[in-house]
Ligand binder design. Structure first.
Ligand code: ADP
Length: 611
């Protein structure tokens, strides 16, 4: 900032004279300093001198040795305050002093003020949050122009804008490498800020380790070759799948491989290996080893810290922000693993990380955990519905696949593992049974079109979750404990079948009874049906359209007039195609057609679906 600019800014602010200032400063319990445009001390009160551990006379004419901002407030830790210990709070105000720009500084000793650890913590948190917001915004803004530079340089290098000579190619190559490095650094910054604000999205699934390792190696192969480093892979045979996010694991691997390339001299070796780790038994361990400079014992833990870089690493030209390993640790721990390094200075390093092996139970709990974290952050509610199938896992697979698409369309999240399908649906706490029935209806609909008999092998449990829910395990247990089988649910239902052809009526009633319902009553006329309804309203009516006396159309009209029966599901049947066509617009729901009387199994299927 030049002097004129400072003058302008200060002119909008405070202009004070010596008497007022001295009177104010000498009586203040805080430290007061006045610094000229070059940062030299023009005035220092006794309190400030004591804070700086010098006499006022010694401070005058010199810079006070504090890392002060041009204006505004700052928290100075022990190092920045030049005292080796204690924390100062500095408030800096630009002023005009004798017509020249100057800075008025008020210092508060946070330790002497007996700031509580909570106060200090909250100041730190505010500062960190502001820094993260700033970094996130800057990184976002930098991304687009940088991408444009990347694209144009690539176009030039590919010769799409005309022929280039060797020298130009070399320079453009250097430009491209630097742009790539900048892109990586910005990516790292964005990841760190996303992670802090809990916006880092991970999508763990059944991950093939070999595929992910191969993808990571492809990314760095060119660079390793350019530095004449050998790359090799060793994977344990029959390695089980991991439960992890392949994109993020690839990011971790590329980070470790990039470092290995950076810190290994030409001609060295880099090796990736993976196997089953232990304990805890069943976890997978992936390692990236190099024959590079190695890491001193005292740095082996610190390198995983935010912004930490080892001084005097062999590659002085190296670039990076010291965020790579910090992000690796964050990602690996979010995936339920851990990361560490074994190393010998001068001989090389091996970075190892673990990942949980895939298991259906883990996949289910992870889905619920994620949804719970969202609910806790947003304060919203959801219901967990667990659908279990009492059949072979392979038989139910097509049903689960179709059910998953149906659930996603309704904006729920779901996962299936073996015989279990788990779905989280947005819902109010009081709405549990309705949510269960919504999922049950979807499941039965899927069965109806794929494997009709399978729906009677399903059972449904439900539990409501919200910000107070203890854990994913507890919620799952609760849902499973309420499980009711489709058979049990059907055993509570009652149906009335209406047809004036008695022999057919008996046959149809027999087919429907086979569903195991509580009651199947029959009526041979519309009048007979209404007499039965007076005694008890059923859960569904099967109705022939062609009847002597009151025909099916009239019956439906009367049912709709009565609020008690207006919403009853009705399956209409007829022996005549024409009659069925006419009955189409009478059908109870858009998805249920008027059915042929002859196809008893079909009628039975729709009854089962609608109940
Ligand atoms: P940077 O962006 O600086 O590489 P990282 O977090 O990835 O940041 O690494 C932190 C520090 O750890 C590096 O600056 C380096 O000193 C050390 N380091 C990381 N990987 C290796 C390695 N394979 N060999 C030696 N030192 C390493």
């Amino acid at each position: 900032m030049d002097v004129n600019q400072q003058k302008d800014e200060a002119a909008d602010g405070l202009v004070i004279g010596l008497p007022q200032f001295q009177a104010f400063a000498e009586t203040s319990l805080d430290g007061c300093l006045l610094l000229d445009g070059q940062g030299k001390t023009l005035f220092c009160n006794a309190r400030a001198a004591a804070m700086l551990g010098q006499s006022a006379a010694d401070v005058l004419g010199h810079a006070p040795g504090l890392a002060l901002p041009e204006a505004g407030t700052a928290h100075l830790d022990g190092e920045q305050a030049g005292r080796g210990a204690g924390h100062l709070w500095a408030n800096v105000q630009p002023v005009l002093w004798g017509g020249q720009p100057a800075r008025l500084v008020v210092l508060t000793d946070l330790a002497e003020r007996k700031a509580t650890p909570e106060e200090l913590d909250s100041v730190w948190k505010i500062q960190l949050r502001m820094k993260d917001e700033f970094l996130s915004r800057v990184s976002h803004e930098l991304r687009s122009p940088l991408n444009a530079v990347y694209q144009y340089v690539t176009i030039l290098l590919d010769g799409l804008a005309g022929k280039i000579n060797n020298e130009q190619r070399e320079y453009l190559g250097i430009a491209l490498r630097n742009v790539k490095q900048l892109r990586n650094m910005i990516g790292d910054l964005l990841d760190v800020t996303r992670s802090r604000s809990n916006k880092l999205h991970l999508a763990p699934c059944e991950m093939d380790v070999a595929q992910t390792v191969a993808a990571a190696l492809d990314t760095v192969r060119h660079e390793a070759q350019a530095k004449t480093l050998s790359l090799s892979v060793q994977l344990q045979e029959g390695l089980p799948a991991a439960f992890a996010d392949p994109q993020r694991v690839q990011q971790v691997l590329v980070n470790l491989l990039d470092n290995a390339i950076k810190f290994t001299p030409p001609g060295g070796e880099i090796r990736v290996s993976a196997g089953v780790a232990g304990p805890p038994a069943g976890d997978l361990e992936i390692a990236v080893s190099d024959s590079g400079c190695g890491i001193a014992e005292e740095d082996r833990e610190r390198i995983f810290q935010h912004l930490y870089q080892v001084h005097k690493s062999i590659d002085q030209k190296r670039v990076g922000l010291g965020l790579g390993l910090f992000i690796c640790r964050d990602l690996v721990s979010r995936l339920g693993g851990r990361i560490w390094v074994d190393s010998r200075v001068g001989e090389g390093s091996t970075f190892r990380f673990t990942l949980p092996a895939f298991s259906p139970e883990l996949a289910v709990l992870s889905l619920i955990d994620d949804r719970l974290a969202e609910a806790k952050a947003g304060g919203d509610m959801f219901s967990l519905v667990v659908v279990d199938a009492d059949v072979d896992a392979k038989a139910v697979l097509p049903v689960w696949e179709a059910l998953l698409s149906a659930v996603l369309e309704e904006e729920g999240v779901a996962v299936y593992a073996g015989k279990r399908f788990v779905v989280c649906v947005e819902a109010e706490l009081t709405d549990c049974r309705a949510v269960r029935d919504r999922v049950r209806r979807l499941a039965k609909k899927v069965c109806l079109s794929l494997v009709p008999n399978l729906s009677s092998a399903l059972s449904f449990g439900v539990a409501a979750a919200g910000p107070d829910t203890e854990s994913a395990e507890a919620l799952l247990r609760q849902a499973v404990s309420t499980a009711v089988s489709e058979k049990a649910l059907l055993a509570q239902k009652s149906v009335v079948v209406v047809d004036d052809e008695e022999s057919y009526l008996r046959l149809l009633a027999k087919f429907i009874s086979a569903l195991g319902l509580r009651s199947v009553r029959t009526a041979t006329s519309g009048a007979g049906l209404f007499a039965l309804l007076d005694a008890e309203v059923p859960d569904l009516i099967v109705l022939d359209l062609q009847m002597q006396g009151m025909n099916g159309h009239e019956v439906i009209g009367r049912l709709k007039e009565n609020p008690k029966t207006a919403l009853l599901p009705i399956v209409v049947v007829s022996g005549y195609v024409e009659e069925r066509k006419a009955g189409e617009n009478l059908r109870p729901g858009p998805e249920v057609p008027a059915l042929s009387k002859l196809n008893l199994a079909e009628v039975q299927r729709w009854v089962q679906y609608l109940l």
